[in-house]
Design a protein around this ligand. Structure first.
Ligand code: G3P
Ligand code: MG
Length: 246
């Protein structure tokens, strides 16, 4: 049984049912009732923050090339929907600012920095978040923990999410919090352990494991006491939470 609000976090949008990291996927996540959206960011050749998982657009569009070598104009010519399904033909690679415009301010956004291009992305990101009033309800995460430290130096109020895929939780947590306070832990769900999670929750940190799509695994994570779950199927998680609450 769970007795607290567990966030449904739509991974790359509702990536199980729509082309990942597109406005269509974010819209669908919102329609399915998600509380938060996770997305991945890179810097374009002309210094804009664009939303895409890989460092190239090869897998998720009809064009090819590294994002850091393409301008926004060039990126916008790519069809980022057809590879998933023909009904998404014409879907574009979004700018982060377009996602800020789409997503209501009460829906949390988890921005995952994939490649900061030698620390060039962080100042642009902080500036963009401030300009769009998105310091409050955004968590910035990364496997690159030094990037998180840099963000905190740039803006003290920024909420940081520690992404990791190693064991045990305790070591990562100690290493990170020694340098800078973090808001949430984002472990690979395979690294979830009862004791570790309880420890960090007691310290007041949120725990958002990624990426759980199977119902039984979702139920396990809920029993562990996580604060939210990152999933490609937000509708599925919502239904499960509703069933448990009923
Ligand atoms: O932020 C959680 C998760 O998205 C990390 O892995 O590869 O799906 O970006 P990945
Ligand atoms: Mg991600």
């Amino acid at each position: 049984m769970y007795n607290k609000r567990i966030l449904t976090i739509a991974h790359r949008g509702a990536a199980g049912d729509a082309p990942e990291n597109t406005l269509a996927a974010f819209r669908l996540g919102l329609e399915q009732g998600c509380d938060a959206i996770e997305l991945d960011v890179h810097l374009s050749k002309d210094g804009e923050i664009v939303v895409c998982h890989d460092h190239t657009i090869n897998r998720t569009s009809d064009r090819s090339g590294a994002i850091c070598e393409l301008t926004v104009d060039e990126l916008k010519q790519a069809d980022a929907g057809s590879w998933f399904h023909e009904r998404y033909e014409g879907e574009q690679i979004p700018l982060l600012e377009e996602v800020f415009e789409l997503v209501p301010p009460d829906v949390m956004i988890n921005i995952e920095i994939k490649d900061s291009r030698g620390r060039k992305l962080e100042p642009v990101l902080i500036e963009l978040m401030k300009r769009n009033n998105r310091i409050e309800n955004v968590v910035v995460s990364s496997f690159d923990h030094k990037s998180l430290v840099f963000l905190k130096l740039l803006e003290e109020e920024v909420k940081l999410g520690l992404l990791y895929d190693c064991n045990p939780v305790r070591h990562s947590l100690m290493a990170a919090t020694a340098e800078v306070p973090i808001y949430s832990l984002h472990p690979n769900f395979k690294r979830l352990g009862n004791e570790d999670v309880r420890d960090v929750i007691e310290q007041g940190l949120q725990v958002y494991p990624y990426t759980i799509n199977d119902e039984d695994l979702m139920a396990n994570a809920i029993n562990y006491g996580v604060s939210g779950i990152i999933t490609d199927y937000p509708g599925r998680l919502k239904r499960l939470l509703d069933q448990i609450a009923a």
